[in-house]
Design a protein around this ligand. Structure first.
Ligand code: NI
Length: 173
């Protein structure tokens, strides 16, 4: 089921999310809905608070090519266990901040440990777009958005644009 995506500013996007105690069938359904919502958007990553669920769950698929097989990843309680000293800069966007993009500098590679859909621990090292995406999504679980890396003026400008967008959308409903 496709769920509505919250648009910044929203207090639910600023919350510290709770760990998932157990990967139950409900959690499996949540992850399925998140993947469906992400692919439909379309986007390459989504965190549970973006659909109003204040839990530590993210989904991603950074496969770009149309002829490449999709690689949906579901992570419960993801944790960064190592970050490279090397940094890389990507132009980031966010489904909760539509049509706004800005360059953000982050560690170029990270190692992440998480619990999978099967309830088992997994660990993997990510580079390139995957590394940026997983860090962006984990930030969401700590109430942090990519615009929080920008200067105050830029952040306020984007926030005002989003407030306007929300007012326009509310009027259309
Ligand atoms: Ni985002």
């Amino acid at each position: 089921m496709i769920r509505p995506i919250l648009i910044h500013p929203d207090p639910r996007l600023k919350k510290l999310c709770e760990p998932v105690a157990e990967v139950t069938a409900d959690m499996g359904r949540l992850a399925e809905d998140m993947l469906e919502t992400m692919y439909a958007a379309p986007g390459i990553g989504l965190a549970a608070p973006q659909i109003g669920v204040i839990k530590r769950v993210i989904v991603m698929d950074c496969v770009k090519g149309e002829d490449e097989a999709p690689r949906p990843l579901v992570m419960f309680n993801p944790e960064i266990t190592w970050s490279s000293e090397d940094l890389s800069t990507y132009e980031e966007g966010c489904l909760s901040i539509p049509d706004q993009y800005a360059e953000v500098q982050r560690p170029a590679e990270v190692r992440v440990r998480w619990t999978g859909l099967d309830g088992k621990p997994q660990e993997e090292q990510f580079a390139g777009l995957w590394a940026t995406c997983v860090q962006h999504e984990i930030d969401h679980l700590n109430g942090k958005l990519f615009i929080d890396y920008l200067g105050l003026m830029r952040r306020q400008m984007i926030t005002r644009k989003m407030e306007k967008l929300k007012r326009e959308r509310a009027r259309q409903e």
